[in-house]
Design a protein around this ligand. Sequence first.
Ligand code: NAG
Ligand code: NAG
Ligand code: NAG
Ligand code: NAG
Ligand code: NAG
Ligand code: NAG
Length: 626
Amino acid sequence: MIVARKGKGGSRTRTAMEINLSQNVAWLLPFFFLLVMVNVWSSQGQGCPQRCDCIGKLKTVSCRGKRLSTLPEGIPMDTRILDLSGNKLRWVEHGDLLPFLRLERLDLSENMISVLEPNAFSSLQSLQSLSLRANQLKLVPMGTFSHLSNLTSLDLSENKIVILLDFTFQDLKSLRKLEVGDNDLVYISNKAFLGLVGLKELTIDRCNLTSVSSQSLSYLHNLVTLRLRYLSISTLEDQNFRKLGNLRALEIDHWPFLEFISSHGLQGLNLSWLSITHTNLTSVPTSALRSLSHLTSLNLSFNPISVLESWALRDLLRLKELHLVNTRLVTVQPYALGGLRQIRLLNLSANNLVTLEEGAFQSVNTLETLRLDRNPLACDCRLLWILQRRKTLNFDGASPVCMTPVEVQDRALSAFTDSALFDHFTCQKPKIRNRKLQQISAREGQVVSFICRAEGEPTPVIFWISPQRRRITTKSSGRLTVLKEGTLEIRYAQVMDSGTYICIASNAGGNDTYFATLTVSGLPLDAALMANRTYYAGDLNDTNLNDTRVFLKFTLDLKTILISTAMGCIMFLGVVLFCFILLFVWSRGKGQHKNNFSVEYSFRKVDGPATSGGQGGARKFNMKMI
Ligand SMILES: *[C@@H]1O[C@H](CO)[C@@H](O)[C@H](O)[C@H]1NC(C)=O
Ligand SMILES: *[C@@H]1O[C@H](CO)[C@@H](O)[C@H](O)[C@H]1NC(C)=O
Ligand SMILES: *[C@@H]1O[C@H](CO)[C@@H](O)[C@H](O)[C@H]1NC(C)=O
Ligand SMILES: *[C@@H]1O[C@H](CO)[C@@H](O)[C@H](O)[C@H]1NC(C)=O
Ligand SMILES: *[C@@H]1O[C@H](CO)[C@@H](O)[C@H](O)[C@H]1NC(C)=O
Ligand SMILES: *[C@@H]1O[C@H](CO)[C@@H](O)[C@H](O)[C@H]1NC(C)=O
C-alpha cells in the first residue's frame, strides 16, 4: 500500500478495504479473489474516491494535487489510468498496488517517494506507463521493476539517484522510452541497461556523469534516439557509440567542457539527425562527421565556431538542414558548404557574418529556407544572389537586414524593389593607390618593404606573389609576410629574393595588380676578403623560418683581433706592475733590503695575425730599488 510515513518507526494506517479483503479473501483461490473485488467495487456504487475525479467510461481516476499522504480509499479495481501525481506519498511497497491488475498507466510523479521495494509493481502486468518523476528516490533496488514485461515508458527523472545498478531494468523487454535525467547520477554500471532490447528512446540529462561508457550503451541495440544533455563530459572517446547501429538521432547539448571529438568518436553510427549544441567546440568536427553519410539534419548552434571552413561538411552528401545559430561565426569560406548537394535549409541566424557569398555553396539552387537575420550584413554585390531570390527564398519570417552601407541601413532584403536592385548591391573594383614603380636595391641581411594600398567596396584583400610564384598573405609565416595594410615585408633579404613581386588586391568586384622589383646584392667585396664569416642558427633558405628562431651573425675581422690583443697586453702588464708593488711593500715590511733584481718574462705565442708583430722573444726588465 501507499502510505505516508514519518520516520522509520512511524505508524501506518490501513484502509478498511484492505482489511476487508485480507479477512474475506485470504483463503480463496485467485479466481474468487478477483470476483470479490468486483463485488466490492459494485457495492460501493460509482466507486470514485472522495476528492478524486473519475471518468467511468475510460476507467480513469485522477487524484492529482490533492495533498494525499495515503492511497485514497475506494479506487475501482478495474481502473486503467491512475493519476496520483502532486501528492505527498512517501512509500511504495509490494502489495499496495496488488488489487489493480488492469492498471495501464500509473503516474506517481511529484510525490515524496524515497523508497521502492522489490516487486513493488510486480502485479501490474498490464502496466504500460509508469512515472516516478520528481520524487526523492536515491536508489532503485534490483527487482523493483520485475515482471513489468508490458511496460513501454518509464520516467525516473528529477530524483536523487546516484548510481544505476546492474540488471535494474532487466525485465523491461517492451520498454521503449526511458528517462533517467536530472538525477545526481555519477555512475552507470556497465550492465545497467542489460535487457532493454526494445528501448528506442533514452534521455540522460543534468547528471554529474563524466562519461557514458560504450560498454553500458552496448546493450541498447535498438535505440533510435539518444539525448545526452547537461553533462560534464570533456571528450568523446573513440567509438563511444559503436554498438548503436540503429540510432538515428543523437543530441549532445550543454556539455560545456567538450572541446574535442576524436575522429572516430561517432564511428559505428548511422545517424540521420545530429545535434551538438552549447559545447566548447571551436570548429566543425569534420573528420568525426565523415562516416555519417546518411545525415539529413545537423545542428551545431551555440558553439564558439568562428569560421566555417572550406569543405568542412564535404562527406554529408544527404544533408538537408544545417543550423549554425549564434556560433559567433565571422567567415563562411568559399565552398564551406561544398559537397552538400541537397541542402534545403540553412540557419545562420545571430552570428557576426558580414556576408554570405554564393561561392560558399556547391549549388545554391536547392536552397529553400535561409535564416541570415541578426548578422551585420554589408549589402553589396556579394548578397545580390539573395536579393535576386528574395521572392522565392523562405526567410522563415525573419528577412536578412542590411547593416551597411548607411543608405540602406536597417532595411530588410525582402523590402527592396526591383528598381533598387542596381542602385545598391554593387561592388567597387579594387584600385591600388600610388602606382609609382617601386624598385629597391638592398644588401643581404637588410629588411625590405614594398607598399601596396588599395581601396574598393568591399575592402579588398591584399596578397603578394613572389618571384618564385609563391603566394604571400598576412598569414604567411617566415621572412616574407604581408602586414595588415598590405605592405610586403622581407626580413634578412637574401640574394635569391631578387625578382619581381606582384601585389594583388581582390574583392568581390574584381582584382587590381601592381609590380615591384627587388635586387639584393651580396655583402661588399673587402669585407668578404677579410675572413668574413656569417653563421645562422637555422637555415635561412628555409622560408618557413619563424620569428622565434634567433638569427645570429658573427663577423670576425682583422681590426677587431688586433684591438682585442692589444687590450689583453695592457691588462697583463698592469697586473705584473701591481704584483711588483705588492712585493715591494712586503719586502719593506720584512726589513730585508735588496737593491736591485731582475724579472724575466716572455709573451706567449698568440694565434692569428697578432703574432706577426711580436715574435715572442724573451725580454728582460731590470729594476733598481732605492
Ligand atoms: C552534482 O553536481 C552538482 C553541481 O556541480 C552538485 O551540486 C551536486 O552535489 C553533485 N552531485 C553529486 C552526487 O556529486
Ligand atoms: C572553453 O574554452 C575556452 C578557450 O578555449 C576556455 O577558456 C574555457 O575555460 C572553456 N570553457 C570550459 C567550460 O571549459
Ligand atoms: C543507414 O540509415 C539509412 C536510413 O537513414 C538506411 O537507408 C541505410 O541502409 C543505413 N545504412 C546502414 C549501413 O545501416
Ligand atoms: C533558426 O534558428 C532560430 C534560433 O534558434 C530558430 O528560432 C528558428 O526556428 C530556426 N529556423 C529554422 C527554419 O529552423
Ligand atoms: C581575380 O584573381 C583571381 C585569382 O587570383 C581570379 O580567380 C579571379 O577570377 C580574378 N577576378 C577577376 C574579377 O578578375
Ligand atoms: C617556430 O620554430 C620553433 C622551433 O623550430 C617551433 O617549435 C615552433 O613551433 C615554430 N612556431 C611556429 C608558429 O611555426
